[in-house]
Design a protein around this ligand. Structure first.
Ligand SMILES: C[S@@+](CC[C@H](N)C(=O)[O-])C[C@H]1O[C@@H](n2cnc3c(N)ncnc32)[C@H](O)[C@@H]1O
Length: 192
């Protein structure tokens, strides 16, 4: 894992973290905003390497080969505005929701937002285990007093373009998957 100097964070007006950025496609369209530092976390070596190849020329993108809960994030606490997860693996939500939410809250003591886009819907998604993953995430988010949580079902057209253009997004389009869930958790300032 190559650390990003905390000083670098201070050079940007905004910082967004992407949990499980895969091959980096979701960062590509957003990297044109020079005021925003994008931090992509991807634990799988081959995907991390693909993201590095795709985004090496972008000075406002930092890629780290790790899971969010293993990222020590030295100097980042309080310097991140938002954390995003584009099509997280439902199994990961089921098993790791607590650690992930804990780390998100740690990163955002001054408030911010945590957003997730998932192919799993509570109405029509066929896999019970995947729906359990989404339920687990919602339950964990709901139990955190600093978070105001909203979730709603959306169509393909309502996905942000950066999510539509990911590897998973293109795969869902090819399989004519048309319903998704978006979850937004707004964090209030941590009590001192
Ligand atoms: C289903 S893929 C989605 C990849 C990409 N966002 C997309 O839409 O194509 C989920 C990704 O999350 C990564 N991942 C799994 N657990 C993670 C964790 N705890 N922290 C960060 N990334 C994780 C996986 O390696 C995988 O690449």
């Amino acid at each position: 894992m190559s650390p990003v100097p905390a000083l670098t964070v201070a050079e940007f007006a905004h910082t967004a973290v992407f949990i499980g950025c895969g091959d980096g496609a979701e960062l590509e369209g957003l990297a044109g905003d020079p005021a925003r530092l994008l931090i992509g976390l991807e634990p799988i070596e081959v995907l991390y390497r693909a993201a590095v190849r795709r985004l090496a020329h972008r000075s406002n993108v930092h890629l780290l080969r790790c899971r969010i809960q293993d990222w020590p994030a030295p100097g980042y606490r309080g310097r991140v505005d938002e954390v995003n997860a584009v099509f997280p693996t439902p199994e990961v939500l089921r098993r790791q929701a607590e650690q992930i939410v804990r780390k998100v809250c740690f990163l955002l003591p001054g408030g911010g937002r945590f957003r997730i886009w998932t192919e799993v819907t509570l109405s029509g998604w066929p896999e019970v285990a995947d729906r359990q993953g989404l339920w687990t995430l919602l339950r964990v988010l709901d139990s955190e007093p600093r978070l105001a949580v909203s979730a709603r079902e959306i169509s393909w057209a309502q996905l942000p373009p950066f999510a539509q253009h990911t590897h998973c997004g293109r795969r869902f389009a090819a399989r004519s998957i048309r319903a998704f869930t978006t979850v937004e958790a707004v964090l209030s300032v941590e009590a001192s």
